[in-house]
Write a protein that binds this ligand. Structure first.
Ligand code: G16
Ligand code: MG
Length: 220
């Protein structure tokens, strides 16, 4: 049976995926190019640098290395402005009930995020105390879809990948989890997350005990 759950942060536990989009959107507006929330799906879970590369590819925009640096700084400043306003209300519906249920059932909990701002997000939303282990973007060399962040979380939990379940909202994150040998639950749109072992729309659509039953089936 599985012993731990490893959660992606942005888009799974908290609603920051939308703030990442709004931050990039301000930059693409200035470039006068089209960038939609659907385009943003392929940026999810990628590091800041990889997100910018993907954004340039999608929009056809070209930047000099100096302009690139500037765009990365600006994106982070815009994003951190959104973060200052974050509160526990930004925790996605059903998440706290799920964490409580897992904890009561002696499942260890970890966060594995590509974000260099993850600790601040956890602090602002008051989620930090739930987690035994936190691995963020400042501690990894290879971003998702590389499994490094999840493998590091498993190592710190002192477990093997097959003993943990990863929750992910991004295609790159699902790929990372599978590459690492984890069981993966996709949280969000089925067409994007089809490679996951199980897909739920969000934590409000399933009761913790029904989720528990589905998870038990996965690790059997
Ligand atoms: C998150 C987001 C990504 C974002 C990345 C880097 O990863 O999903 O969209 O680009 O962090 O964030 P930052 O610019 O704050 O370092 P995750 O793994 O928590 O979904
Ligand atoms: Mg995510």
């Amino acid at each position: 049976f599985f012993q731990a759950c490893i959660f992606d942060l942005d888009g799974v536990l908290v609603n920051t995926a939308h703030y990442h989009f709004l931050s990039w959107k301000q930059i693409t507006n200035r470039w006068k190019v089209t960038f939609t929330e659907q385009d943003n799906e392929s940026l999810k879970g990628l590091s800041r640098e990889d997100s910018l590369s993907r954004l340039l590819h999608i929009t056809g925009k070209q930047l000099t290395p100096a302009e690139r640096e500037q765009a990365l700084i600006e994106k982070n400043e815009l994003f951190r402005q959104y973060l200052t306003q974050m509160t526990p209300d930004d925790v996605l519906p059903g998440v706290t009930a799920c964490l409580r249920f897992l904890k009561e059932n002696h499942i260890r909990l970890a966060v594995a995020s590509s974000s260099k701002n993850a600790r601040m997000v956890l602090q602002k939303t008051e989620l930090t105390p739930w987690f035994d282990v936190i691995v963020d973007g400042t501690e990894i060399e290879k971003a998702k879809p590389d499994p490094e962040v999840f493998l590091k979380a498993a190592a710190r939990l002192n477990i093997q990948p097959h003993q943990a379940i990863v929750f992910e909202d991004a295609k790159a994150g699902v790929e990372a989890a599978l590459a690492g040998g984890f069981c993966c639950v996709g949280v969000g749109q089925a067409d994007i997350l089809q490679q996951a072992h199980l897909i739920i729309p969000d934590f409000a659509s399933i009761s913790p005990s029904d989720l528990w039953i589905s998870l038990s089936g996965l690790s059997a």
